[in-house]
Ligand binder design. Structure first.
Ligand SMILES: *Cc1c(COP(=O)(O)O)cnc(C)c1O
Length: 378
């Protein structure tokens, strides 16, 4: 049976994902565990599919941002430990316990409610303490962390399995601030060890820190973006040999020869001044292709770059293909990814948009089918 999907899709290369995981493991070294960050639908790549591959290849835990992500993963059969990175409301506690999601804990009042409910349900809840060493987000302030852990330690039905913090600036090279965050975290761990509050899992490093700050490894690292083959900024070294997992593709839906005096798209921002062959492509900003790429973006057709002309519409955009021989309806178009000798990187699109690569892949909307290639051998 031929399964039809919409001819605008993203291809998710699972062999690249496996390759990137191996590269990160090699970088982190033996003995350092991996928590694969699959929040936000694995940055748009599909959390269930990505999570399964990561777990098959030795990732210890998965990181999610919101409880709903955890519930969906459990409903699909993922049984691995899931750390809820994004904070918690009191009325979510029953679901956290029921779905066996590990909450980040940073508030004693919340911890007491958690303990009470766990007690009533005859359970012990594993938690990770979230320490704010300089991000300014949820988390116990670093200078209160030891006191906090001591108090938490005395609360029944709670087991402190982990303690972690998050880097705000690891996408900068040799950042003094990141080193300060590392020192603050290390001091807390040293004090806790001295008073014999042993916490097995200690983690800090996101992709930037995995690449540039080996002192941030502790016992586990938390890669997200690098699993997807992307570097968090232009500044970090390109030193771990990862490759992009996601490519965005579509097909030419229409071709038209236009004449001087014709105009293209909403508000007629592009005026035809010489005979021009224009291809219409069936994707737009509702697929997550930013409208700011109007008259700025490019695509690859038949191995040749073609510029976007006029405004990006909700469901369509237009490219000038006058210089490309024999373009046909149905030709495959690469919006980002590679074709022939040409490549359009997700990083280059992020740069064009004055944003970060994270936002580019996270923006791919739900109506764009994810097509998984190079699946695991069954
Ligand atoms: C998103 C996130 C990560 C992963 O960061 P990357 O830069 O994508 O590697 C790690 N830790 C926490 C707490 C996060 O929220």
């Amino acid at each position: 049976m031929i399964v039809m999907h919409r001819p605008t899709w993203v291809e998710i290369d699972l062999s690249a994902l496996r390759h990137n995981l191996l590269a990160i493991k090699k970088m982190a070294g033996p003995g350092v565990k991996i928590m694969g960050i699959i929040k936000a639908d694995a940055y748009g790549h599909g959390d269930y599919e990505v999570g399964r591959v990561l777990l098959n290849h030795g990732v210890e835990m998965l990181g999610i941002a919101i409880l709903e992500e955890g519930i969906q993963l459990r409903d699909k059969g993922i049984q691995a430990p899931l750390l809820l990175l994004g904070g918690l409301f009191e009325d979510q506690i029953d679901a956290v316990i029921q779905y066996n999601v590990i909450p980040a804990v940073y508030d004693l009042k919340l911890a007491r409610v958690l303990s009470k409910r766990a007690h009533e349900l005859h359970k012990t809840v594993q938690v990770h303490v979230y320490v704010d060493t300089g991000m300014g987000s949820i988390g116990v302030r670093y200078d209160k962390a030891v006191e906090f852990v001591k108090s938490l330690h005395d609360i029944k039905n709670i087991f402190i399995e982990g303690i972690y913090t998050h880097c705000s600036s690891s996408d900068e090279k040799e950042s003094a601030y990141t080193n300060l965050q590392i020192r603050r975290f290390r001091d807390i761990l040293t004090t806790l060890d001295a008073i014999k509050v042993g916490i097995p899992l200690r983690h800090m490093a996101n992709s930037g820190a995995i690449i540039g700050y080996p002192d941030a490894y502790f016992t586990m690292v938390r890669p997200g973006l690098s699993l997807y083959g992307l570097y968090p900024s232009e500044e970090v070294s390109r030193n771990i040999g990862i490759r992009p997992v996601m490519s965005f593709k579509t097909r030419v839906i229409h071709i038209k020869d236009m004449q001087p005096g014709d105009e293209v798209g909403y508000s007629r921002t592009y005026k035809i001044t010489k005979p021009t062959r224009v291809a219409t492509l069936p994707f737009g900003y509702n697929d997550g292709y930013n409208r700011l790429l109007s008259s700025h973006g490019k695509v690859i057709i038949r191995g040749v770059m073609a510029p976007i002309i006029g405004r990006v519409c909700m469901d369509q955009c237009f490219v000038d293909v006058s210089h490309i021989n024999e373009v046909c309806v149905g030709d495959e178009v690469v919006v980002y990814g590679s074709q022939g000798q040409e490549t359009i990187s997700i990083e280059s699109i992020a740069k064009e948009l004055h944003t970060i690569p994270y936002e580019v892949t996270c923006s791919v909307s739900k109506r764009v089918p994810r097509i998984y290639i190079n699946q695991e051998e069954k």
